[in-house]
Design a protein around this ligand. Structure first.
Ligand SMILES: C[S@@+](CC[C@H](N)C(=O)[O-])C[C@H]1O[C@@H](n2cnc3c(N)ncnc32)[C@H](O)[C@@H]1O
Length: 464
């Protein structure tokens, strides 16, 4: 078979000659092999004991692959009688134009010409036309989506975890609904160099998943055993000591991987080192990676571009601008730069995450506004190293948005305020939009963050 960049046991072996023509021709970013894998999973492995998730549909090639496979499944009729829309697809619906772009920037995807910054939802809908009966399309920011743990997920395809926020959102929302011994998970960005968090997460969960193989940049797993509740409270990419994160990342070198797939893991390791230890260590490791893969890189210019991009990033950070050096020195001089107490931080985070989850699910957020305030104050009052603050802020963004949405619903139901418009489903808030977490718990008033959030959210939203 052509371009056979995959490792799969007999149970999951793919054969492109079986892939429907419509699938091969559909616009999208997935390789034919990956489309074929999704088609086969939905046709041959799906029993209808839960839903199928397509997280990150773009123009629809992944949704289409699952839908075509489902309709070719011998159990399709029975399943369709039981589950109204077996495939749930998530997509924000727009690729942003670069900030400050003065002219329209267009990209070609198959026969489609797309302008960055505009909605591509009409193209997505056209591509999956005829499958509306089996696909429940959610257009909006996945960071605000919730999934009940008691609604099983049987096949889960994740293709939007390009930030750790989204990675954690998938973990905390979707994984609790996985069925031990049954659910199949595809991590599409596993072999992407600039997403070390996916490898750290899968290392953290290693004992709960069986690695079934690799197709292009995708990694396939079977969920083996229940993840205990307390594991969900920890974000392994930010909450645990650096050595442990690095050890989890190392588990990504699964047996039999070709050098072509080992290189992105090695590069991802460098990015992780930069995040954990700093650019010097990352730069040193990058030089060993360059030497180790010299032969491969000389043959594949695309890989050289990735190495050069990483090197440029680390080099820039190694020689900081004067302003950055001053800022770094100031951060180092403050008490917040001391080593954080990981156990206290994780415990506080576990409590606030659990509280938000419980309250959001129970629908009694207004009654517990004060309790949330207090937990939030405790969490932000913990000592944090300076560079962690940005991540912290973005982590809060998802939880806050979910809480805010619920609170608005409650207030609206109680007639306390006019309905607020949601961000139209396409605007992701930036971590920079959020207030910085306070280093001092006393400065965070117990009456404050939800109402400040509401006020701030009003500014984010387009006026009615
Ligand atoms: C690599 S593409 C998915 C490709 C797709 N699976 C296919 O078959 O071609 C990743 C998608 O994730 C979407 N995405 C990124 N951030 C998102 C968010 N916060 N919420 C929902 N979708 C998001 C992007 O708009 C993009 O379309």
């Amino acid at each position: 078979m052509q371009g056979s960049d995959f490792i799969l046991g007999d149970e999951f072996r793919i054969d492109n000659s079986e892939t429907p023509v419509r699938l091969e021709q559909a616009a999208g970013t997935l390789s034919t092999n990956e489309r074929c894998l999704l088609f086969k999973l939905a046709r041959d492995h799906y029993l209808g004991s839960g839903h199928m998730i397509d997280a990150g549909s773009f123009l629809g090639s992944s949704s289409l692959s699952l839908a075509e496979g489902l309709k070719a499944n011998s159990l399709f009729r029975t399943i369709a009688d039981r589950i109204a829309s077996p495939i749930v697809a998530y997509e924000i619906g727009m690729l942003p134009a670069p900030p400050g772009a003065k002219t329209a920037i267009t990209r070609h995807f198959g026969k489609y010409k797309y302008t960055l910054g505009e909605s591509f939802v009409p193209i997505l809908k056209e591509n999956i036309a005829g499958h509306e009966d089996v696909i429940d399309l959610h257009i909006g920011d996945f960071l605000t989506e919730t999934w009940p743990a008691e609604k099983p997920i049987e096949i889960c395809f994740i293709d939007l975890a390009r930030t750790n926020d989204l990675n954690v959102r998938c973990f905390q929302q979707l994984f609790p609904a996985f069925l031990p011994g049954r659910t199949l998970l595809v991590q599409q960005d596993f072999f992407f160099d600039r997403a070390p968090w996916i490898k750290v997460l899968m290392g953290y969960l290693e004992e709960h998943f069986e690695w079934l193989g690799q197709v292009g940049p995708s990694s396939l797993y079977r969920y083996r055993s229940q993840i205990p509740e307390e594991k969900y409270a920890i974000d392994p990419y930010t909450d645990i000591p650096a050595e442990q994160r690095i050890a989890y990342h190392q588990t990504a070198y699964h047996p039999g991987l070709s050098p072509r797939r080992q290189l992105p893991i090695a590069l991802s390791h460098c990015y992780l080192l930069e995040a954990c230890g700093g650019p010097r260590e990352a730069m040193e490791e990058l030089q060993t990676v360059r030497a180790r893969f010299a032969d491969l890189v000389s043959r594949l210019p695309n890989l050289r571009i990735r190495l050069d991009r990483a090197e440029a990033q680390f080099a820039k950070a190694v020689q900081p601008t004067k302003a950055a050096a001053t800022k770094r020195a100031a951060v180092a001089a403050t008490p917040s730069a001391t080593t954080p107490d990981f156990s206290a931080r994780s415990e506080a985070k576990r409590r606030v995450t659990q509280a938000i989850r419980d309250l959001t699910q129970a629908g009694n957020l207004m009654a517990h506004e004060r309790q949330l305030d207090e937990l939030y104050s405790q969490w932000t009052g913990l000592p944090w190293p300076g560079p962690e603050n940005d991540r912290l802020r973005s982590e809060f963004a998802g939880a806050r948005r979910a809480a805010l949405r619920k609170l608005n619903e409650e207030k609206r139901a109680a007639g306390l305020q006019a309905p607020m418009r949601r961000p139209g489903g396409v605007r992701a808030s930036s971590p920079r939009d959020l207030p910085p977490p306070s280093a001092n718990p006393k400065t965070v008033g117990a009456s404050g963050w939800i109402s400040r959030l509401v006020a701030r959210a009003r500014r984010w939203l387009p006026s009615a």
